[in-house]
Design a protein around this ligand. Structure first.
Ligand code: B12
Length: 210
């Protein structure tokens, strides 16, 4: 089933992908497992782009199919395990980067766990992050990056927060396909992951018994 879903997404077979997602969720499968298969399909689409077999049109189509799959999974991902407000999280995809599928999934999963999410959107200028952190006073800030040119924006935003004396008591996490532990150190973040649920668990661990 897993391989079939990945393959259908790579072949950009919209109806097949959405049909399989619906079938698997109706059979009671964990929505996170289905989501991970879709993410792997997207990674494979990216590889085909890099090899020159796919172009931007295919990339756009794959993103639309992925969004359709997430729309089916969303109500199941969003089933709240907690009505308690745990902490505030500011999320953004920074300047130079417009990818937001992963960030949106993280937002849904955080909300399902009782976090108050302030999503600043995509292509966000670093000074806006500073302004919003001053205003919202979150416990967590999360940056999502899918292209390497966004690393400099992430560092700039982290430095602005540091210079303003706002890094104490604030946990900075980064994630998204191109991030690595090396990027985490470059940015000066506290946590890095390629898995949204790991990010949620990190936040839950930090807030602990709250
Ligand atoms: C879909 C896609 C697009 C869509 C984006 C649609 C959208 N609304 O997001 C469109 C078609 C618009 C697009 C455009 C471009 N893209 Co594009 N795209 C992709 C693709 C195929 C999939 C990315 C994706 O959404 N994956 C699925 C999500 C769910 O995975 P994810 O983001 O990793 O998120 C998971 C985790 O990482 C985590 N997570 C994500 N963020 C965060 C944040 C935190 C804090 C935490 C805790 C967790 C977390 O949660 C998610 C679930 O677990 C990738 C290929 C790849 N290998 O990733 C290329 C890719 C990212 N794109 C690429 C490129 C080059 C481009 C373009 C420049 C193409 C062009 N020539 O115009 C433009 C970029 C424009 C810009 N300035 O941003 C390159 C980047 C290369 C690089 N090294 O920088 C890639 C890697 C393709 C490739 N192999 O060349 N793209």
């Amino acid at each position: 089933m897993k391989e079939e879903l990945v393959a259908a997404l790579v072949k950009l077979e919209r109806d097949e992908v959405l049909g399989m997602v619906t079938q698997r969720i109706e059979a009671g499968e964990d929505p996170l497992g289905i989501l991970e298969d879709c993410r792997q399909g997207m990674t494979a689409v990216g590889d085909l782009l890099q090899q020159g077999d796919y172009f931007l049109a295919e990339l756009l189509l794959s993103a639309e199919i992925f969004k359709g799959a997430v729309a089916i999974l969303q109500p199941h991902l969003a089933k709240s395990h907690s009505s308690q407000l745990r902490a505030k999280v500011v999320l953004a995809t920074l300047k130079g980067d417009i990818h937001d599928l992963g960030k949106n999934i993280l937002a849904t999963l955080l909300q399902a766990q009782g976090f108050e999410v302030h999503d600043l959107g995509v292509d966000v200028p670093p000074p806006l992050v500073l302004e919003k952190v001053k205003e919202i006073r979150p416990e967590f800030v999360g940056f999502s990056a899918l292209i390497t040119t966004a690393f400099a924006s992430m560092k700039e935003a982290a430095d602005l927060l540091q210079q303003a004396g706002l890094r104490n008591g604030l946990k900075l996490m980064i994630g998204g396909g191109v991030t690595t532990p090396i990027v985490k150190d470059y940015v000066g973040a506290d946590f890095q992951t390629l898995d949204a649920m790991e990010g949620v668990n990190y936040c839950l661990n930090v807030v602990g018994g709250r």
